[in-house]
Design a protein around this ligand. Structure first.
Ligand code: GLA
Length: 398
């Protein structure tokens, strides 16, 4: 049985992928990086329907929805068991998924869900293996707008498949692509526009093929943790990936930890600035129902969000690195450019950047996006004092 299934996948892997990049783009989904909230970073396996409703309420009352955060994504551990017809039911924590979707939609928000191509999710709940179309149809019937599809136990099938095909070194990779193609096609078949988020931790340079299997975004790394070391390793480790991102298909360095409590405000501003420069999805991962003003000010800085969501859809990249001091920039529409001066060190630093280094011959207006103040260039150069683990993020208009 397993062999037959693997063979079918392999055929698709060789033939199905090519036309799909256009398919993904033609849906017009995720033309800017998706923004919203996801349950995992704060609630993990404990998340309940009430937590999700509270998050939806808070997105509205805090102003986050109006700032662009519209997806309400339930991550792992909502799944129950399949009935005799194979239809998956949610577990006791989620009494009525259709009603939850309706609630989320009634607030002007969108509903996201989570599954795996394997038999089990990463938290060992029911996955979609062998039920892909049935699950896609179910999600559509619940009004789902976003699916995060997490490799998890499918890795075990890939290892078995590779072991059965010792002469094909690409066999596991082909299986992985085929699994994503299969769900992409199932989602397309529902007729409902559903953002497709690939989660496979950046394996096999997914940025080079994620769009071709229908992905609107793909995780480029392992899981983020709420500390500076994890966040900065992931964020600054994105250098060089800019060319793979664009409208409809984004690199995803994982969800935000802003507000989860284990980084300083400067570190969270670094997190937010870096993600904006990376044109990364902005999926808040904190408890939105208990947000201090400082957290709100970081998540809802309009100028920073505008950098992330700029309609040009270009990801930024590193411009220069001098020890623990880094300059990153991102081209924006209208000839503007966002520039981040980052201090990864443990003492405050004086930093400078030449306008010519970020492709500008001169600057009309320069705004410090965190202080809101205007900044002046002198002799074509901008200087800034950057705090420990902090950032100065500038918007430079031509
Ligand atoms: C993986 C993913 C996380 C989260 C968990 C849920 O670790 O990378 O983002 O979805 O699974 O189990």
């Amino acid at each position: 049985m397993r062999m037959r299934w693997i063979a079918a996948l392999a055929v698709c892997a060789l033939g199905c992928g090519v036309g799909l990049a256009q398919g993904a783009a033609s849906t017009g989904l995720a033309m800017t990086p998706p923004m919203g909230w996801n349950s995992w970073n704060h609630f993990a396996g404990k998340v309940t329907e009430q937590d999700v409703k509270n998050a939806a309420d808070a997105l509205v009352s805090s102003g986050m929805r109006d700032a662009g955060y519209v997806y309400v994504n339930v991550d792992d551990t909502w799944q129950g068991t399949r009935d005799a017809q194979g239809v998956l039911h949610a577990n006791d924590k989620f009494p009525d998924m259709k009603a939850l979707g309706d609630y989320i939609h009634s607030k002007g928000l969108k509903f996201g869900i989570y599954s795996s191509p394997g038999p089990h999710t990463c938290a060992r709940y029911e996955g979609s293996y062998g039920h892909e179309q049935q699950d896609a149809d179910l999600y559509a019937s619940w009004g789902v707008d976003y699916l995060k599809y997490d490799l998890c136990s499918y890795r075990e099938l890939m290892s078995a498949g590779a072991a059965d095909h010792p002469n094909d070194p690409d066999y596991a990779n082909k299986m992985m692509k085929a699994a994503y193609v299969k769900m992409h096609e199932a989602l397309e078949k529902t007729g409902r526009p559903i953002v497709f988020s690939l989660c496979q931790y950046g394996w096999d340079d997914v940025w080079t093929w994620g769009a071709s299997v229908g992905g609107n975004l793909w995780r480029t790394t392992g899981d983020i943790k709420d500390n500076y070391d994890s966040m900065s390793k992931i964020g600054f480790g994105q250098a060089g990936l800019a060319k793979y991102a664009g409208p409809g298909h984004w690199n995803d360095p994982d969800m935000l930890e802003v507000g989860n409590g284990h980084m300083s405000a400067d570190e969270y501003r670094t997190h937010m600035s870096l993600w904006a420069l990376l044109a990364a999805p902005l999926l808040a991962g904190n408890d939105l129902s208990k947000m201090p003003d400082e957290t709100k000010s970081i998540l809802m800085n309009k100028g920073v969000i505008a950098v992330d969501q700029d309609r040009l859809g270009r990801q930024g990249d590193r411009v220069s690195q001098n020890g623990l001091l880094e300059v990153w920039s991102k081209p924006l529409s209208g000839g503007a450019v966002a520039v981040g001066l980052f201090n990864r060190g443990t003492s405050p630093a004086e930093m400078s950047v030449k306008l010519s280094d970020v492709g500008m011959s001169s600057a009309g207006k320069i705004t410090d996006l965190w202080s809101g103040k205007m900044v002046k260039a002198k002799d074509g150069e901008v200087k800034a004092s950057v705090p420990v683990h902090g950032v100065v993020l500038l918007r430079v208009e031509p």
